[in-house]
Design a protein around this ligand. Structure first.
Ligand SMILES: [Zn+2]
Length: 252
C-alpha cells in the first residue's frame, strides 16, 4: 500500500509499530538531509563532482591520503555541527521503549548515537567519519588531532606504529566489515517489523536486507522520497518527508 496522504501514513505506521515487538530500522542518507548532511550519491552530490578515492589508492599513494583528508576537513562544516533530526529522535524513542534491539545504517555521521542509541546497538555498514583509526593497529585518533598535525606538517600524519590513519569509514574498494554484516543479517532475519528509511535500497548490501526480513515473516515499511525496487512487496510505502512522518513518534 502506498500511503495516499501523510495522516494515513502516520496512522498505519502507528498500528504497525504498536503491533511489533522487534523493530529493526535500516537508515540511509535521507534521514540526515534535514540535519544538513549532504547525500553524496544524489545527483549534484559531492561524489558526482569529486570522484571517490579508492581504498587501494589511499594505501598506496601519499598524495591521495593527503587529498582524502583535505576533502574530509572541508566537510567539517556540515558534519561537525550536525544534530540529530526528527527521524533520529523518533527511532531513539522506540529504542528506549525496548522495541528496537538494533539499528542498521548506511550513514557515517554518528547521528543515531548522538540521538541516544547506545553505540553497540548501531550497526554501521559503511563505518563512521566522525573519528579516525590506524589501518594497522586500529588505534583511535580524533579528527582535531589529525587536522592539527596536517596543518602544521603539511601532510596527513601516520600512526605511532607506522600505519596509515584514515577516517573509520569503509571506502570504495575496501572490504565490508564482516561483523557488522553478520549482525545486520541477524537483525533483519529476527525482526517482525523492518523499517527502511531514506535509502534507495539500490547499493549492495542494502538491497538484500528488506527481502531477507520479508522472507522471514516481518512486515516491511519503506519511507523514501523516491520509489524503490521493493515497493511492490512492502506492507506500507511512504513517500513523504521523513521528519514529518516520524516526528509524531518522538517521545512515544
Ligand atoms: Zn597504528
Amino acid at each position: 500500500m502506498i500511503a495516499p496522504d501523510l495522516d494515513t501514513a502516520v496512522n498505519r505506521l502507528r498500528d504497525l509499530i504498536e503491533g511489533a515487538t522487534r523493530i529493526v530500522p535500516f537508515t540511509g542518507a535521507g534521514i540526515s538531509t534535514e540535519c544538513g548532511i549532504p547525500d553524496f550519491r544524489s545527483p549534484g552530490g559531492l561524489w558526482t563532482k569529486n570522484k571517490p578515492i579508492q581504498f587501494e589508492d589511499f594505501v598506496s599513494n601519499r598524495e591521495m591520503r593527503d587529498e582524502s583528508w583535505r576533502r574530509r576537513f572541508a566537510l567539517e562544516d556540515s558534519f561537525g555541527g550536525a544534530k540529530p533530526g526528527r527521524g533520529h529522535l523518533a527511532l531513539a524513542s522506540l529504542h528506549r521503549a525496548g522495541k528496537v534491539p538494533g539499528l542498521v545504517t548506511q550513514n557515517i555521521d554518528n547521528l543515531h548515537q548522538d540521538s541516544g542509541i547506545t553505540a553497540q546497538d548501531v550497526v554501521e555498514l559503511h563505518g563512521n567519519t566522525t573519528y579516525a583509526h590506524c589501518l594497522d593497529c586500529a588505534k583511535r585518533y580524533e579528527l582535531a588531532w589529525v587536522r592539527e598535525k596536517f596543518e602544521t606538517g603539511g601532510h596527513a600524519p601516520d600512526c605511532e606504529c607506522g600505519g596509515y590513519i584514515k577516517t573509520a569509514t569503509i571506502s570504495f574498494g575496501q572490504a565490508m566489515p564482516a561483523d557488522a554484516m553478520q549482525r545486520a543479517e541477524e537483525l533483519a532475519t529476527q525482526c517482525d517489523l523492518f523499517l527502511a528509511i531514506g535509502s534507495s535500497l539500490v547499493v549492495w548490501p542494502a538491497a538484500g536486507f528488506p527481502l531477507l526480513a520479508k522472507r522471514n515473516g516481518a512486515a516491511l515499511v519503506i519511507i523514501n522520497r523516491e520509489p524503490t525496487e521493493f515497493d511492490e512487496i512492502a506492507d506500507l510505502v511512504v513517500r513523504y518527508d521523513i521528519g514529518d512522518v516520524l516526528g509524531p513518534f518522538i517521545g512515544h
